[in-house]
Unconditional design. Sequence first.
Length: 267
Amino acid sequence: MNFIKYAKKSLGQNFLIDQNIINKIVKIADIKNKTIMEIGSGNGNLTKKIMEMNPKKLYAIEKDKNLSLILKNKFKNYKNIKIINDDILNIIKNKNIDKNIIVIGNLPYNISTQILAYLMLIKKWPPWYKMLILMFQKEVADRITAQENTKEYGRLAILCNWKMKITKHFDVSKNCFFPKPKIKSSVLSFTPKENTKFQIKNPKNLEKVTRILFSNRRKIINKNFLKLFENNVSVAEELNINLKQRPGELSKETFYNIAMKYENLFS
Ligand code: SAH
C-alpha cells in the first residue's frame, strides 16, 4: 500500500484503517439491495465493506485520478460497482441521479461543510437521497448538532436542522486513520424531513437572518433585529420574541419563524 505515502493533504486524504469503525459505519443503515453512493472512496477500505453488504449498486466517487485507477483495478470483478473519477460537487450539481440513494462518506474535511451545503440546498425536496451517513471533524459535528445555550450553537446547527433530522452515532479517534489527522472525528446521519412546517422558499433568507442576528454573539439581538426589519417594532411582538436575548438563546424554530416573516415582508 505504498501509495498511501503520497496521501494528498489538499484532497483531505485521511484513510480509515480501523476495521471496527468501518463495520460500525456500514451497520448504520441497511445496505443490502439498496443503491449507495460513496463520497471519496480513497483506497477502498470502506468501499470494500460496503460491497460485502451486497448493495444493489454502489457509485464510488473519487476525485483523485490515481486512486480511482487503483479502485477500478481492485473492484474489477464486481458488476454492481461504478467508480466515477469526478468531483462530488459536480455530481450533486448534475441532476441525473438515481432515487432513494444512501450516501456514505468519510469526507475530505477541507470541504465537508461545502459538500453538506450542496446536499441540503437541493431544490427538489424530498431530494434524491434518502439518507446521508457522513464523517466530520468532531468540532464540526458538534456545531451541526448543537442545541441553544451552548457555545457550539450557531448558524450551522440552525441551517442544517431546518430540513434534516440529524443523529449522532459515535466519535472516531484519530488513531483510526492514516495519515493520522490532528483531531477526533464523529459520524452523523441525516434524513430529509418530508415536509417541514417552516416553509422558507429561498434558503438565502434563512442564511441572511442568521448571519445578521449572529453578527455579534455577545450582544443582545435588539439592534440587529430592528436593522433586519427596518425598524418595524411590531415584528418582534408578533413573533413573541424578547429582544433582550442573545442570539444563542433563541431556539432553531424561532429562527425559522423569523426567516419566514422576513421572506413575507421583503420578497
Ligand atoms: N473513504 C476513504 C477515504 C477518505 S479520505 C477511507 O475512509 O479510507 C477522503 C477522500 O475523498 C480522498 O480519497 C480524496 O481523494 C477524496 N476527495 C477529496 N475531495 C473530493 C471531491 N471534491 N470529490 C470526490 N472525492 C474527493
